[in-house]
Design a protein around this ligand. Structure first.
Ligand code: GLC
Length: 595
């Protein structure tokens, strides 16, 4: 209890404390060196207002091209998603985040949008979307749309007009600049040294108007000019369009990259080369500029003007916890769930590494509500990242236990609940994702983590009768929904039980996170402590049996035993003496403890 009060005081102090915001330190001349970060999250039990729904939701990411194909085209579609809503409901999902399903030339598989207010014909129609929203609502599942604000497709009518002449009214909607001349070459050089994160210069020359345009990602994804207020308003109208149609929120794509230094200062070059053969570079002058906070506040005012606590989930990659904390906003008025990649960047099973990341995120300076994920459409699936080749299923369950028992909102990636693995291309000819073509063989692209959902043991994993757009992973005969639904010990059934336990347990939803046995290098353990009972979680991240002893008296709990809620040691309902626990290799224990 003492710790609960202390945490509340720490969060309350944050209202008046001054926390440096690195995001704001990048635009040196235009910034205040420090900002005040206010109290965002107060310990749950001390609040009188009910928690917003998204704090206790399980969010499930769907890559629409690969999830379910109701039309037998070899590609997923919205009707396919609708047909699987009962499956998602049964799993325990509260909201689905659908990666872009708008009309697009599909250079970056939807992240290059040519019409923000429609559905790509290959995925369906607006009527299909309305049906999806209505059917999902019946099952209490919300739809989170992906909002790509940094760039459009080069085929978007806005860019087509912008490119058409130097003086058209939309020229300033994108970042157009003159090239540089040098004495050593007659060829015009790009305005500065900025590189695209997808390889090579971030500038593309347009011979018709003799200027360069800027693209942080592919040349087919020109960056919008967010200093132009008309651009902002156009994008907020896009948000209104989907909110009006029933979206419960947005996942904000690459949100930190909206602004660039107007003087286009060169970026610092770092030692070494990247997978594309370019010199490494710090994106000092074209990422995390202070102005992004104005936009986030404006957008939040738009979402807040709708009923039902609409949510903003941000793609806010960044190593620095202070920087990430700033994304909540000075007055908790920006992103509610800033996705970080702390877990996704951990590539080995290590109790100390996970303990450190959880600790710093759980006590983030903004006291913001944490969000956790292991995998997504840009990351190698964690079944492979943490698997050792022989205990993969056990490890998958161990990691699911971690994700679903932490204080915070978990985001699952489709297929992780059945133990899907990556199926990376074997040769450059097989690659679909352009970064795999540009960076082959060092960078194989992201096809491997985007393969079709494995529904059955039939051909093409039951995804479609025709050849799917990407080959299914070889593991599909054993790892698929139909087979796993029938097997009580499957990964799928473990996820279902975990989500159920989480949903029904007060401490798992509301309890404080208290790290235990912090010097243990094998077992990650913690309490979820609440006034109405607590839960202990112990996760053996090593391949050997480990003895552990918990002294909960020091944590204000008198109980010496725990009643098992879930895990693989021992059986559910059994009582375990916490002063003498032996966890099997990769063993997980989740149990209730008395006050
Ligand atoms: C985000 C998306 C990624 C996409 C990029 C450009 O990082 O997750 O898939 O390629 O933005 O839109």
């Amino acid at each position: 209890m003492k710790r609960i009060v202390l945490a509340a005081i720490v969060c309350a102090l944050a209202v008046v404390s001054v926390i440096p915001c690195k995001a704001e330190s990048l635009a040196a001349s235009r910034m205040k060196p420090q900002v005040k970060v206010s109290r965002v999250h107060q310990v749950q039990e001390e609040k009188t207002k009910p928690d917003p729904w998204w704090q206790h939701a399980v969010i499930y990411e769907i890559y629409p091209r690969s999830f379910a194909d109701a039309k037998n085209t070899g590609m997923g579609n919205l009707k396919g998603i609708t047909s699987k809503l009962d499956y998602l409901k049964d799993l325990g999902v509260d909201a689905i985040w659908i990666t872009p399903c708008y009309p697009s030339p599909q250079v970056d598989f939807g992240y290059d949008i040519s019409d923000y207010q429609n559905i790509a014909p290959e995925y369906g129609t607006l009527a299909d979307f309305d049906e999806l929203v209505a059917e999902a609502k019946k099952r209490k599942i919300g739809i989170i749309m992906d909002l790509v604000m940094n760039h459009t497709s080069d085929k978007h009518p806005w860019f087509v007009v912008s490119k058409s002449s130097l003086n058209n009214p939309k020229r300033d909607w994108y970042i157009w600049r003159d090239g540089k001349t040098t004495t050593s070459s007659t060829k015009l050089q790009p305005p500065n040294n900025w590189q695209s994160v997808f390889g090579h210069s971030a500038w593309k020359y347009d011979p018709d108007t003799k200027q360069f345009y800027y693209h942080f990602f592919y040349p087919e994804q020109p960056d919008l000019n967010w200093r132009n207020k008309v651009v902002r308003e156009a994008m907020y109208n896009v948000a209104r369009f989907w909110l009006d149609r029933g979206a419960v929120g947005f996942r904000l794509d690459a949100i930190t990259t909206l602004f660039e230094d107007p003087k286009l200062k060169d970026n610092p070059v770092l030692p070494g080369k990247n997978a594309y053969g370019d010199p490494n570079m710090q994106h000092k002058n074209n990422d995390r500029l202070v102005e992004v906070h104005d936009v986030l506040r404006e957008l939040r005012r738009v979402t807040d003007s709708y009923p039902g606590e609409r949510v903003l989930v941000g793609e806010c990659a960044g190593k620095d916890i202070v920087e990430l904390s700033c994304m909540y906003g000075k007055n908790a008025d920006e992103v509610q769930l800033p996705m970080n990649f702390f877990f996704a960047d951990i590539n080995k099973l290590s109790a100390p590494l996970f303990r450190k990341e959880i600790g710093r995120w759980d006590t983030n300076p903004a006291c913001g509500w944490p969000v956790y994920l292991f995998s997504n459409h840009d990351q190698v699936r964690h079944y492979i990242r943490y698997g050792n080749g022989k205990d993969n299923d056990r490890i998958a369950k161990l990691m699911a236990t971690l994700l679903l028992t932490l204080r915070g909102t978990p985001i699952l990636y489709y297929g992780e609940e059945i133990g899907m693995e990556n199926n990376d291309p074997k040769s450059i000819e097989e690659v679909q994702d352009p970064i795999g073509k540009i960076g082959w063989p060092k960078e194989k692209g992201r096809d491997g983590e985007r393969t079709p959902m494995q529904w059955t043991a039939d051909a093409n994993a039951g995804f479609s009768e025709v050849k799917p757009w990407l080959p299914v992973a070889a593991s599909y005969k054993q790892y698929n929904v139909a087979v796993e639904e029938k097997d009580p010990s499957s990964i799928l059934n473990y996820y279902k039980q975990l989500i159920k336990v989480r949903r029904e347990n007060h401490a798992l939803l509301h309890g404080e996170y208290v790290a235990l046995n912090e010097t243990d290098s094998n077992v990650l353990s913690y309490l979820r402590k609440s006034k109405n009972g607590s839960v202990i979680v112990a996760l053996n991240m090593s391949g050997k049996p480990v003895k552990v002893r918990f002294d909960l008296k020091a944590r204000g709990l008198s109980g010496r035993h725990t009643k098992v809620l879930l895990g693989n040691y021992p059986n559910v309902g059994e009582s375990v003496d916490l002063t003498n626990v032996t966890l099997p290799p990769y063993g997980a224990l989740v149990g209730e403890v008395k006050m």
